[in-house]
Write a protein that binds this ligand. Structure first.
Ligand SMILES: [Fe+2]
Length: 498
């Protein structure tokens, strides 16, 4: 008897099982994992695919790559209850993070808050239902928990730090509050985020190895920066750069990509005019041609972006297998969902580095809708938005800040565990910062800046990579943009500003 049960299960899902497999005995879990990995649009399961998967697995084991979170879901209809479940799930997960804070000891539920004596000091946790300013510019917030709602007031004439903090409160985030109950409303003394614990350590590994971070390659676009990418390929193959740069190139062990591997199709109106190849399959073939020029000992891991093929909403599964087959065939490339969590470099008792990869669908919304970020430069301060994500322990708390697919089992955009690296892309700007020992990175892109982008307020910084030294945790950027292109980019920006 072969692996009949699992093969029957797959056949019911529409997968053709190649005849050569039918009399062989495979581990059921292996076949299940293969199906999970290649996704629901897998047409044929054959020996080649199994071998390809095993080779990838062996390579990843050798490179200490572990996938912690890779979103995968059988297609299903969703309804209102799924939204309710997602929000309840978020509330439960984030409130349990907040409960560990000693400032919030003696928590009261919102239903019981109203039974408090006048002037009583209280602590509550709630999700932000509404937020407004009164005519005296006090901030009035309606909080909700699983028991009810309550009104929270932050006075303009009170603590100015608290007032500034409250201005940045966004809808649907889960907060802790301490304050005084004054009969009809809670007057805040302080606001608490779930945040990153102060005890988060800065992990460093013993060996000097490097990780390159890049993204938004947009292969298949007419404005792909081919010459620049070629320079990158030469450098990473040890054929370009000064001695020190060549030394670093030799020690690169991983490349992390933040999605938008291809330019895609149908992402915005008129996109067909910007495409070198109309079909996404051809675009992925082009991507694969370039990616194969990266030395094959380097492990590449890529999340998925809104230009890639598949569902646009977050969490977003990795690109569909049938379109992106040429990428799945590359032994040293691993694709994960958006967001996705991986761990690299665990060995000899060292736990490795957790990396949360998020393409960044909500970055633009928050660059415009967090007052302190907007006033300090919006998208140019992506570092502040990444800090905001970590403090809120959520990648898109406000409903509508990104396209979200509700999931009745989990709010997948909650940051359950604090990563060592939080890496995003999407707005095409290179940014490096640190918050409480978490490295915050946003990657650059490999396309020329278009007038359309500039008119939409984007100011990309193309053709850069970020390099992290895993021994020292230092990060640096490297710019591959040619002199002529730099001039061209500058001119474009000046033209739009006129
Ligand atoms: Fe992009």
């Amino acid at each position: 008897m072969g692996s009949e049960t699992i093969f029957n299960e797959l056949m019911e899902k529409g997968v053709l099982i190649s005849p050569e497999l039918l009399n062989k005995n495979y581990d059921e879990k292996l076949i299940k994992n293969i199906y999970d990995f290649f996704g629901k649009d897998l047409d044929v399961l054959d020996e080649e695919l199994i071998n390809n998967y095993l080779k990838k697995q062996e390579f990843e084991e050798k490179n200490s790559v572990k996938i912690i979170k890779d979103y995968k879901k059988e297609p299903s209809k969703w309804n209102y209850q799924d939204f309710v479940n997602t929000f309840n799930n978020r509330f439960n997960k984030i409130s349990s993070m907040l409960r560990t804070r000693h400032e919030l000891a003696g928590l009261t539920s919102l239903a019981r808050l109203k039974e408090s004596a006048n002037n009583q000091k209280v602590a509550v946790i709630g999700m932000v239902l509404t937020k407004d300013f009164t005519k005296n510019n006090n901030i009035i917030i309606e909080l909700e928990d699983l028991t009810g709602t309550a009104t929270l007031i932050i006075r303009k004439e009170g603590d100015s730090d608290l007032y500034e903090k409250a201005k940045d409160v966004v809808l649907d985030e889960v907060l802790g509050v301490t304050g005084t109950w004054l009969g009809t409303a809670l007057f805040a003394n302080n606001i608490y985020y779930p945040d990153v614990p102060l005890s988060k350590e800065l992990k460093k590994q013993a060996e000097e190895e490097y990780v390159v971070f890049m993204g938004d390659t947009h292969f298949g676009s007419k404005v792909f920066l081919e010459k620049e990418f070629e320079k990158f390929i030469k450098w990473i193959n040890g054929e370009l750069g000064n001695e020190k740069q060549k030394e670093v190139a030799k020690k690169i062990k991983y490349i992390i990509m933040t999605g938008d591997i291809i330019e895609g199709a149908g992402t915005y109106p008129g996109q067909e005019n910007d495409l070198k190849y109309l079909s996404v399959k051809e675009q992925y073939d082009e991507a694969s041609k370039w990616i194969k020029k990266i030395p094959s000992h380097i492990q590449i891991i890529s999340t998925t972006g809104n230009h890639d093929v598949g569902r646009l909403s977050e969490p977003q599964e990795k690109p569909f297998y049938e379109a992106a087959k040429s990428l799945y065939d590359i032994k040293n490339l691993k694709l994960v969902s958006n967001p996705g969590v991986i761990n690299i470099g665990a060995k000899n008792g060292f736990p490795g580095f957790d990396m949360l990869l998020y393409h960044g669908g909500s970055l633009i919304y928050y660059s415009e809708n967090i007052p302190s970020v907007r006033s300090k430069g919006g998208q140019k301060r992506v570092d502040l938005i990444l800090k905001f994500y970590l403090q809120r322990r959520h990648l898109a708390p406000t409903h509508g800040s990104t396209l979200i697919i509700p999931d009745s089992e989990d709010d997948y955009l909650v940051i359950d565990e604090v990563p060592d690296f939080l890496v995003t892309g999407h707005i095409h700007r290179a940014s490096m910062s640190t918050y409480r020992n978490v490295t915050l990175l946003n990657t650059s892109c490999w396309t020329e800046t278009t007038e359309d982008q500039l008119k939409r307020g984007l100011e990309p910084q193309p053709a850069r990579i970020i390099i992290a030294n895993l021994k020292t945790r230092e990060v640096k950027s490297m710019n591959f943009l040619s002199k002529e292109k730099k001039e061209e980019e500058k001119e474009k920006m000046e033209k739009v500003k006129e």
